[in-house]
Design a protein around this ligand. Structure first.
Ligand code: NAP
Length: 250
């Protein structure tokens, strides 16, 4: 039996687990951080919660006789990705990073790339007054203190303080449509958008809407992935890698 650990929390991780489900000789465990109250669950076996850093993950890998790990976490889940690289390196288990490509600005886009959430927050005063903030509920403390700005923050679960003083929270989970995003931005008189470079299709509609409305978009760059680890961008490439590495996953 080939034991595969898929570090998840993304659409790609769910699609990978679905593609591997039921394959003879293959056992897949998907891992979630356990932060979202009502997560979209992958098919098959699921475990939830942190491992306790690289040492905890290494122990878990050994205890569960994991043969290969696919890190299909979100591009901004940097700690988990570093932890996976360290733990698999020490355990001598192959690791693949499955990370969807980032977004690219097109004609008509007014994107301002920033290296971090903190830099994004610093860049907002002067750019506009009504912010559509889509960087996740745990990013709100970074924007607290920008009292001259009004924020519409969209997240899956409610944020906790500290948060910007002038804040409206919209609880919602993608995918979103361009028409819906246009209506939301117009209704709230949004004049700038803040996003991470998450990539993928589930949440791109806001970028098309911002382009159509001529709004500036502050885009937070992705953290770098660890060196020396094989990286692919699609589920199909991940399946091919698994087949090549294990000889049995196909
Ligand atoms: P993070 O900062 O890299 O992770 C913090 C800690 O949470 C990790 O050190 C690990 O704890 C635990 N953890 C993270 N992902 C895990 C997983 N798949 N299984 C088990 N433990 C996990 O990650 P994050 O940004 O908080 O993201 C948490 C989860 O949400 C990830 O699974 C990610 O795919 C998903 N997600 C994140 C974003 C985002 O914008 N960051 C967006 C959508 C979905 P230990 O050190 O104790 O092992």
């Amino acid at each position: 039996m080939l034991n595969i650990l898929v570090l998840g929390g993304t659409d790609e991780a769910r699609r990978l687990a679905a593609a591997l489900a039921g394959r003879a000789g293959t056992h897949v465990v998907s891992s979630l951080a356990g932060r979202v109250r009502d997560p979209r669950l992958p098919v098959g076996e699921v475990r939830e919660g942190g491992f306790g850093g690289p040492a905890g993950l290494m122990a878990w890998i050994k205890e569960h006789r994991i043969d290969v790990v696919v890190d299909a976490t979100h591009p901004f889940a940097a700690r988990m990705t570093v932890s996976a690289a360290e733990a698999t390196g020490q355990a001598g288990v192959p690791l693949l990073i499955l990370r969807r490509p980032g977004w690219q600005a097109g004609p008509g886009d007014d994107w301002r790339w920033t290296p971090s959430l903190a830099a994004a927050a610093e860049s907002l005063p002067g750019l506009g007054r009504r912010v559509f903030l889509t960087t996740g509920r745990r990013s709100l403390p970074v924007f607290a203190g920008l009292d001259d700005l009004w924020f519409l923050a969209r997240s899956v679960d409610p944020p906790e303080p500290p948060a910007p003083r002038r804040l409206q929270v919209l609880l919602s989970r993608g995918p979103f449509t361009v028409e819906g995003e246009l209506a939301l931005m117009r209704d709230n008189r949004i004049d700038m958008l803040v996003t991470k470079d998450s990539g993928g299709r589930m949440t791109t509609a806001k970028l098309f809407a911002a382009r159509e409305l001529g709004l500036p978009v502050v885009v937070v760059r992705r953290p770098a992935a660890p060196d020396g680890v094989t990286k692919v961008e699609t589920v199909e490439e991940a399946l091919a890698w698994l087949e090549a590495v294990t000889g049995t996953a196909g």
